[in-house]
Design a protein around this ligand. Structure first.
Ligand SMILES: NC(=O)c1ccc[n+]([C@@H]2O[C@H](COP(=O)([O-])OP(=O)(O)OC[C@H]3O[C@@H](n4cnc5c(N)ncnc54)[C@H](OP(=O)(O)O)[C@@H]3O)[C@@H](O)[C@H]2O)c1
Length: 312
């Protein structure tokens, strides 16, 4: 099969189309013919070697943690049949930038009616991150004040909609050019971080979700309610320090490590069916142009998501 692979860590130029074998499907796995693959920052972090302490040195390596496609093969007793349209988050092993992937059934969800392949591929990892981050430190209750930093990005744009679907009062933080966009996602209030420092506001929040990890628990602790929690997507030493001291305070520090849970993806897909959530894909690239997609994502200026089209 055709795949976009790296043969060593490095810049976007390391991404090359290569013929590789179709992955073997294990028991309880589906073989999926991929139509589209989502692009996430973790892909370029793996590509440039920042995560090699986890990802090792086995090459060639197919990147890509999000897929949408059609079931090609399934176990005879599987609830999925060949021809079913599915989407999934893959594990850190990746494998999404290719024509086929083998995926555990419990990571997969059926694509809801009306959702196209590119839109579906843009959702799993980013939307699951937001969904699972909100579960940390207790579910959102109707009326809870939730602040989302980085609200216009991949994770943030889903976070705004998921928090609204869970009936929170949402404050979204983004730059000037994205204020209308995050309003269109349903944010009740928008703070433009280029003109105002959200950590100095008088309002107190039940949850501060730092989707882009640009702030810190130290700065955000003052805007948390008494029993509020701060969750970031990229923990650093400071976060680990404050997290270790959580038992001494009612305000908690934490981070999210997203897991590829099909059951959580089903809830997200139900939000789509109920009209409470829509993906925003900024640009679709052919698989061959994955390097360009990486260059663009690395600017940290993308609104919503980028997707690679495997079957146009
Ligand atoms: N731990 C996990 O399980 C996990 C899971 C998913 C993602 N992540 C990490 O989470 C981070 C965000 O992922 P993503 O997919 O949302 O990235 P992304 O889509 O590339 O984020 C781009 C967005 O970041 C915003 N941004 C840039 N600088 C900002 C700042 N100083 N303050 C507020 N917003 C800013 C930009 O909006 P403006 O142009 O308006 O500034 C842009 O819309 C990445 O580091 C990723 O690796 C971790």
């Amino acid at each position: 099969m055709k795949a976009l692979v790296i043969n060593q860590y490095g810049g976007p130029e390391q991404l090359r189309i290569q013929e590789t074998s179709i992955p073997d499907r294990g028991k309880g796995e589906l073989l999926v013919r991929i139509h589209a693959a989502g692009v996430n920052p973790v892909d370029f972090k793996i590509r440039n070697g920042s995560m090699k302490f986890i990802t090792g040195s086995k090459f060639p390596r197919i990147l890509g943690g999000d897929i949408a496609g059609v079931v090609e093969q399934a176990d005879p007793k599987s609830p999925y049949r060949p021809g079913d349209k599915v989407f999934a988050m893959l594990t850190l092993k990746g494998g999404g930038y290719a024509e086929f992937a083998a995926v555990k059934e419990n990571q997969v969800c059926r694509i809801p009616e009306g959702l196209g392949m590119a839109d579906a591929a843009s959702m799993p990892l980013a939307a699951l991150t937001a969904f699972q981050a909100f579960k940390k430190g207790g579910d959102i209750k109707p009326g809870d004040k939730v602040l989302i930093n980085g609200a216009s990005g991949g994770v943030g744009s889903f976070a705004v909609q998921i928090a609204k679907a869970q009936e929170a009062y949402v404050t979204a933080v983004c730059s000037t050019g994205n204020t209308e966009f995050v309003q269109s996602l349903g944010a009740d209030q928008v703070i433009d971080y280029t003109t105002e420092d959200f950590t100095k506001k008088r309002t107190r929040y039940k949850k501060v979700f730092d989707a882009v990890a640009k702030s810190s628990f130290y700065k955000c602790r003052k805007i948390l309610e008494k029993d509020g929690n701060y969750i970031t997507t990229v923990p650093n030493k400071g976060l680990f320090f404050f997290k270790a001291l959580n038992f001494t305070r009612s305000k908690k520090a934490g981070f999210i490590m997203v897991k590829p849970e099909g059951s959580d993806l089903k809830i997200i897909s139900d939000y789509y069916k109920e009209g409470k959530l829509r993906p925003h894909v900024s640009k679709i690239f052919p698989l061959e142009d994955g390097a360009e997609a990486h260059e663009l994502l690395e600017t940290e200026r993308v609104r919503g998501k980028l997707v690679l089209s495997v079957i146009p």
